[in-house]
Design a protein around this ligand. Structure first.
Ligand code: IVH
Length: 390
């Protein structure tokens, strides 16, 4: 086999194993076997630099730092949604839609997706190859962050990812997704910073945003970012199904990571139930959600409803109650942990956050308290992360 053919084969294989590992969560080879394939590809590419392709998995961290981000104009506006805050708002949305339908009682079905608290990205694939990734920017013009996005393991560099797929790569598709920092990885990052005496990061969203906008892709590669995709912005040479539910499935079959928490709902009553369930479970999953997005499953019908201002009428964002409140710091106590570690804890004026009364908060360590200059009597911003232990 020629080097060129072997490089092509290895690229395909490694990309498929990355997909098995990061998207499907079901690897079929061991880490050591993976490393072996990767090293073989790396060695071949080193001796044939002209044969390095943009979809090569080695292109994760090797890129040169940029001086500034290029601007890119999106092929279609990257829109946002109107908000609802409770079941009543949801009903009102359904009633408004009804007025625009020939029959207000027309049976509609829905897809309810977690509203990921991350950063929107716009991903362009040409002949199946990931060629450009951009931030949302102002919705019309974003920034070219292709090199940074290539460092994300779960982002397909070539579609369909599965070499045995019966799908053929479309000439052009542009996909919308949300990049985020998984909470377990965020905690690991902050723990390492704490140990190194570096200031802690405030929250996963801002950290994900900062990581994506690094001019040096090697910095982005150090962060464990991932993404979920949920929409086609434009497409060419591929027949899209009419249903949002089917479109999500198509995204999955092409190899894009899609949230496993999306739900199909036959009726609006079910949508309200899912929203309530999410409020309960939002603190038990490994990513931050700030609401659910309710979408009319019939996309051509949804699109035909047009816009209210800039917001498409066919979907609505149902936000969750805030998980941040301000309160007063009453005292700082020191607890002795199981391993003998001294852990300072804040005693707070009781405050209700997301249906739970919070009276205590961990303070990480004295350096952190010192750095933030926290004093008794201060007003502090308390953020609920995870389930509160009463
Ligand atoms: S649909 C016009 N689906 O939440 C279509 N958005 O206001 C609008 N988001 O700016 C987007 N997860 O950045 C959609 N599953 C999801 C989403 C989602 C997060 C973000 C998105 C958008 C905002 C909605």
């Amino acid at each position: 086999m020629t080097s060129e053919a072997r490089i092509k084969q290895l690229t395909e294989e490694i990309n498929y194993h990355l997909y098995r590992y990061h998207v499907l969560d079901s690897p079929i080879i061991s880490d050591a076997e993976y490393d072996e394939l990767y090293r073989e590809l790396l060695a071949l590419e080193e001796s044939h630099p002209d044969l390095v392709t943009p979809d090569s998995p080695t292109q994760r961290a090797g890129a040169e730092p940029l001086v500034a981000f290029e601007k890119v104009t999106h092929p279609a506006p990257i829109l946002s949604l109107a908000n609802a805050f409770n079941e009543e708002d949801l009903r009102a949305w359904r009633t408004r839609i009804g007025r625009l339908l020939p029959n207000p009682d027309l049976r509609l079905d829905y897809v309810v997706e977690p509203k990921l608290d991350g950063l929107t990205v716009v991903l362009t694939y040409q002949d199946g190859i990931f060629v450009q990734g951009a931030t949302r920017g102002n919705g019309v013009v974003g920034e070219n962050i292709t090199k940074n996005l290539r460092t994300i393991d779960s982002l397909p560099r070539r579609i369909p990812v599965d070499p045995n797929s019966d799908l053929t790569p479309p000439p052009t598709i542009v996909i919308r997704g949300e990049v985020f920092f998984p909470l377990d990885k965020f905690e690991v990052l902050n723990a390492a910073r704490l140990a190194a005496g570096d200031p802690l990061y405030m929250n996963p969203r801002n950290t994900a945003a900062g990581s994506l906008r690094q001019l040096d892709p090697a910095k982005t590669a150090e962060r464990s970012l991932t993404l979920y995709c949920y929409d086609f912005i434009t497409w060419e040479g591929i027949a899209l199904p009419d249903q949002q539910w089917e479109r999500l499935d198509l995204l999955r079959r092409l190899g894009f990571p899609v949230s496993p928490d999306n739900v199909y709902c036959q009726r609006i009553e079910q949508v309200a139930g899912i929203y309530q369930q999410w409020i309960e479970k939002r603190n038990q999953i490994n990513y931050e959600v700030d609401g659910v997005v309710v979408k009319i499953n019939d996309r051509p019908l949804a699109d035909s409803l047009g816009f209210s201002g800039k917001d498409p009428r066919g979907s609505i964002a149902m936000k969750f109650p805030a998980q941040e409140k301000t309160t007063k710091l009453l005292d700082v106590q020191v607890n002795v942990g199981r391993t003998g570690i001294l852990a300072p804890a804040a005693v707070l004026e009781a405050v209700e956050i997301g249906g739970v009364i919070v009276r205590n908060a961990t303070l990480h360590n004295y350096d952190e308290i010192d750095r933030k200059d926290i004093r008794i009597g201060d007003t502090v911003l308390v953020k609920r992360a995870g389930d509160v232990i009463p």
